[in-house]
Design a protein around this ligand. Structure first.
Ligand SMILES: [Zn+2]
Length: 409
């Protein structure tokens, strides 16, 4: 018997006028998924407990059987684990974006600037890395880091990790993608360590602002990647062992450090897949191959597809529809062929981890539609997979019960 979890990140959404009142899931071309739904169980699950911030971090913890109210300390410690960083007791880790904020001419105070881009104007990985390396090597900046006991894991993207050896996570920090186009003043750090974080942000603005890479970007009409922005902080996380919890084991295939981190902290392997990038043009087939390879040795595998969430943050309806259609065409098609070749019965749990609304570009915590298919039986009502069908299927109030449902426990 084989058990497969497939997460389409951020697929769930509200009815769209442009779709005649249908949701993207209802309107997308997904014949295979709908054929499984017609013979499976379609219901709703509350992956984000009430009062908990909606996001992949909290929702996917629930899906893997961990109650975020008990284990969630912030986004960054999960990403740190996914990037191979082992946090020690007392450490606080922060997500640190290399952002682009406005440059209101000579002497414009940092606090008076506006958030232009959470990704440094979609700066290329190697350029972001070079900027970060030069920043950290700057004498004045290095002295600040030494004084505060803070260091960076620099990644080939605008997403970096900062680790504070000793400190507090009681500080209010705002995700930069939530404040695009807004003045930064009211979103600056507030709480423990606010002075330290602001000093580092202002120093980065000073140093990066005059860096040749940014001078070249200005000449090319691109925003300068000129400011660090800290958020998603948290203490080191300990998760119990997934294999011990459920008696099943296997690989988690994803491009996203956050999901890799949850897998690794839960004792599950998260192999790298060439070309898996969390974007619309990710290597779908390579990811399915990796999942099928895991299923040859084990009885469980999980596949996480980030693209629908990214397209929703971008507010792009056409691309969200295409992302869902690619999950059907380039994930489910090869997956079902591969499963048939394994010649064993199987159960598939397919769901959106949370809502990501095209209208706001933000996450939303309503219960999500899930589909459970069992190759041995026809359990279905002949309904397609989507929010309206799930409405008819009843609500699973506690999504940590999804894995026991998949594993028939
Ligand atoms: Zn997500």
């Amino acid at each position: 018997m084989k058990y497969i979890l497939v997460i389409g990140d951020g697929m769930a959404d509200l009815p769209q006028d442009a779709l005649g009142g249908r949701t993207p899931l209802e309107a997308a071309q997904k014949p295979l998924i709908d054929s499984l739904a017609a013979r499976g169980i379609v219901g709703k699950a509350r992956t984000v407990p009430i009062g908990v911030p909606p996001g992949s971090d909290t929702a996917i913890l629930s899906i893997f059987g961990f109650d975020p109210r008990e284990v969630y300390t912030g986004r960054s410690p999960l990403e740190a684990a996914g990037s191979g960083l082992e946090l020690k007791a007392g450490n606080i880790s922060f997500r640190c974006n290399l952002c682009a904020i406005s440059e209101l001419g000579e002497g414009g105070a940092y606090e008076e600037q506006t958030m232009l881009s959470h990704s440094g104007g979609a700066i290329e990985g190697e350029l972001a890395q070079a900027l970060m390396r030069d920043l950290i090597a700057d004498e004045g900046f290095a002295a600040l880091l030494a004084e505060y006991g803070l260091w960076f894991q620099v990644n080939p993207s605008y997403r970096h990790i900062a680790v504070l050896e000793k400190g507090s996570d009681r500080v209010t920090l705002e995700p930069p993608h939530e404040i695009l186009g807004q003045g930064i003043k009211k979103y600056l750090p507030k709480g423990d360590g606010e002075g330290m974080l602001l000093a580092l942000m202002k120093a980065s603005y000073e140093i990066l602002g005059r860096h040749p890479i940014n001078e070249a970007r200005r000449r090319e009409g691109k925003p300068a990647a000129n400011s660090l922005w800290f958020w998603g902080q948290g203490k080191a996380v300990r998760l119990s062992d997934f294999g011990e919890n459920f008696g099943h084991f296997g690989g988690v295939i994803t491009a996203v450090p956050l999901v890799k981190g949850i897998a690794r902290l839960a004792g599950l392997p998260a192999p790298e897949v060439e070309g898996a990038n969390g974007e619309l043009d990710t290597n779908y087939e390579g990811k399915v191959e990796a999942a099928l390879l895991s299923l040859q040795k084990n009885d469980f595998a999980a596949l996480h597809i980030e693209a629908p969430d990214e397209m929703s943050h971008a507010g792009d309806l056409e691309k969200k529809l295409e992302a869902i259609a690619r999950i059907d065409r380039r994930v489910f098609a090869p997956l079902l062929v591969g499963l048939d070749k394994l010649k064993e019965p199987y159960r598939i749990l397919f769901l959106s981890d949370h809502y990501t609304l095209l209208s706001s570009g933000g996450h939303e915590g309503s219960p999500v539609p899930f589909l459970l298919y069992d190759s041995r039986v026809d359990l279905g009502r002949g309904l397609p997979y989507g929010e309206p069908s799930a409405e008819l299927g009843g609500l699973m109030e506690d999504a940590t019960k999804l894995m026991p449902l998949l594993f028939e426990q």
